[in-house]
Design a protein around this ligand. Structure first.
Ligand code: CU
Length: 188
């Protein structure tokens, strides 16, 4: 039997989740001030949720960047990495640079398997290729934005601005959300 109590609880939960989704959406619109208003297709991205957080997204030119995130630092680690999905509805592009105030140095990295079967990180020469009409994933074990010489550890629940420079689409500043130290482990 459905009691008024449980019904009210259910509505409360819905209202709460809507409120949680509203904050990142507002941030998106701020960054999209000069772009076209969000379309129905774009707003469905807010439910794309690979890591238990609202999938905030940013648009620049033909690119949509979804849910930039980083793992919280473990212990005294002086390095960190950021991940995101970049969707391209236009021609070939390239992520050529990233900048933020959080570390002494930032590089664009990938992982390669060495001859003796050990995964190693390498800087991507000439930047990360963003293929035409496709989706490029920066994820644990693969492509990532690398932060070396962190000014302070990445703390779970905080965010920091990261400016990405694309060869064609230009520059966009996204907010990187710091998730738990084990976030994304399933995807590595
Ligand atoms: Cu790296």
């Amino acid at each position: 039997m459905t009691t008024p109590f449980s019904l009210a609880g259910g509505l409360g939960a819905v209202a709460l989740s809507l409120a949680v989704l509203t904050a990142p959406a507002a941030a998106c619109e701020l960054h999209q001030a000069d772009a076209t208003p969000p379309t129905a297709a774009q707003s469905t991205l807010h439910t794309a949720d690979a890591h238990g957080t609202a999938g905030h997204h940013y648009t620049v030119g033909d690119l949509t960047i979804t849910a930039p995130w980083a793992r919280a630092s473990a212990g005294m680690a002086r390095a960190g990495a950021a991940f995101m999905t970049i969707e391209n509805v236009g021609p070939d592009d390239r992520l050529v640079a990233a900048s933020a105030d959080v570390s002494a140095r930032i590089e664009l990295h990938t992982h390669i398997m060495s001859a003796d079967g050990v995964m190693q990180m390498r800087e991507v020469e000439g930047g990360i290729e963003i293929s035409a009409n496709g989706e490029t994933r920066l994820e644990p074990g693969g492509l990532h934005v690398m932060f070396m010489g962190l000014e302070a550890p990445f703390v779970e629940g905080t965010r920091f601005p990261l400016t990405l420079t694309f060869e064609q689409a230009g520059e966009v500043t996204v907010e990187v959300e710091v998730l738990s130290p084990t976030a994304g482990a399933h995807g590595s």
